[in-house]
Design a protein. Structure first.
Length: 102
């Protein structure tokens, strides 16, 4: 399992329990604990896959969901649909890193 996926315009990275997204076109970084992150993968008609990562996740639902909505609404990128397996595995690893409260 790769803990970093590098694409042309953005990078997804797991740093322990932290999920990071760094993008060429956005100043700053999305860095969120996996307990509070959520993501979705949406197939597009042009053979691309939209990757959307945001806050608003919770331990009572999967990190990767069919549809999400968060505060930031900017961490959306498109990759070739062939990347779906790598992304699904990446987000599954992020979910495995979630920890329950004390």
């Amino acid at each position: 399992m790769e803990s970093e996926l590098v694409y042309e315009g953005f990078v997804l990275r797991l740093d322990g329990p932290m999920l990071e997204v760094v993008a060429r076109d956005i100043k700053g970084i999305f860095r969120h604990h996996v307990n509070f992150a959520q993501a979705s993968l949406t197939a597009k008609k042009d053979g691309m896959l939209e990757v959307y990562v945001d806050d608003g996740g919770a331990l009572d639902r999967p990190l990767l969901q069919p549809e999400i909505s968060g505060i930031w609404r900017v961490w959306r990128y498109q990759v070739p649909a062939g990347e779906e397996a790598a992304l699904t595995e990446f987000f599954a690893e992020a979910e495995r890193r979630r920890t329950g409260p004390r």
